[in-house]
Design a protein around this ligand. Sequence first.
Ligand SMILES: NC(=O)C1=CN([C@@H]2O[C@H](COP(=O)(O)OP(=O)(O)OC[C@H]3O[C@@H](n4cnc5c(N)ncnc54)[C@H](OP(=O)(O)O)[C@@H]3O)[C@@H](O)[C@H]2O)C=CC1
Ligand SMILES: N[C@@H](CCC(=O)N[C@@H](CSC=O)C(=O)NCC(=O)O)C(=O)O
Ligand SMILES: [Zn+2]
Ligand SMILES: [Zn+2]
Length: 390
Amino acid sequence: MSDSNGSNAPPQPIECRAWVAYEPKKPLKLETVIVNPPQKGEVRVKICYMALCHTDAYTLGGLDPEGLFPSILGHEASGIVESVGEGVTSVKPGDHVIPCYQAFCDACKFCLSRKTNLCGSVRQWTGNGVMKNDSQSRFTVKETGKKIYHFMGTSTFAEYTVVHEVSCAKIREDADLESVCLLGCGVSTGLGAVWNTAKVESGATAAVFGLGTVGLACIEGLVHAGAKRIIGVDIDAKKFEAGMKWGCTECVNPMDHEGRPIQEVIVEMTDGGVDYSFECIGNVEVMRSALECCHKGWGESIIIGVAASGQMIQTRPFQLVTGRVWKGTAFGGFKSRVDVPKLVDRYMNKEIKLRDYITHQMQFEDLNKAFDLLHEGKCLRAVLKAMPEK
Ligand SMILES: NC(=O)C1=CN([C@@H]2O[C@H](COP(=O)(O)OP(=O)(O)OC[C@H]3O[C@@H](n4cnc5c(N)ncnc54)[C@H](OP(=O)(O)O)[C@@H]3O)[C@@H](O)[C@H]2O)C=CC1
Ligand SMILES: N[C@@H](CCC(=O)N[C@@H](CSC=O)C(=O)NCC(=O)O)C(=O)O
Ligand SMILES: [Zn+2]
Ligand SMILES: [Zn+2]
């Protein structure tokens, strides 16, 4: 065990600020919390930058069947290791890291399979808002002594957090932490949905539903893959400018077609449908449209958006019988601790963009304002500065 001062004394509890979600649909409350030291297999991270993903808003909105309260939300961030617990070997104090809600242990049957990135090593505990070693939280509110649940194994809306070692991707130190925090979720997910889940080939046609960060990252991935036609779909025409800038060949608004289902419009536009479609909203009606705008015989639709508790998808089974394929993706199929450092390399080589997704740079205190911007559809990613790097 050691900390970022190089001391071998056991790490002590840290007092810092964190945003606590006490109940669904209520603004977060800024609290002073005690962050307990990392235990066996755990890492305590100083959060330098944190971004807001639509999934944080979804859970705060009470739509997540796994949502626990009170909790510290947040899962898209970057930071520096402050201290490590017993047995941790892959990171050390001072290392730059990206917390990853999708773990990678390199040992479970999921990690050993080439078919999935869903690690099973800590998922049961992260879903219950606790750490695996003792099934407890590391967060307590100083004033009340109340225990606070973790969220997605990351809880990055805090100046310090504790994550499992398997959820902590070490990255190169010359990458700017403000930009690469986006690789913790939205941008990686969109790119990976195209490259890993759909495996889009050069010359393919595609439709992307929802032109937020995830949708735009799909478009970026499609451009890289050499897609020849990319149709952006959004109900807010103001999003089309970004869609075209990222590489759409055209954009359509489902509201502009006199009640005709958008899938019919796209099938007509594309001589039978697109090769691939991506749902980046979390709306089950749109998921149906995304499947049904795919070409008979081979079209594949990838569900990325997270739908509210109790929602179900439906289509005529005939859609699948006649060769359309429905798939889903979590974190774009990337095996987090292996692939996130490679994505950082690609960013540093200027192969992928990150800064263009940052529409708002804010301070730690501004988190509730950032949630308002997200709900008003006024931002791609708001990135908030948490702790100084030095
Ligand atoms: N599977 C995974 O691993 C991941 C899933 N997600 C999920 O992906 C989804 C997208 O996330 P993110 O990009 O951050 O979200 P955003 O809210 O930034 O983007 C969604 C976009 O879809 C638009 N939209 C809403 N309703 C419709 C509709 N009926 N038809 C067309 N467009 C519509 C929104 O417009 P407006 O703003 O006007 O509402 C917005 O532009 C979310 O559900 C999120 O939870 C995110 C990351 C990882
Ligand atoms: N907890 C929810 C579903 C939430 C969900 O689907 N999360 C995505 C990531 S969304 C990121 O912004 C995911 O990867 N899920 C896989 C996982 O293992 O959590 C529910 O219970 O429905
Ligand atoms: Zn996310
Ligand atoms: Zn695993």
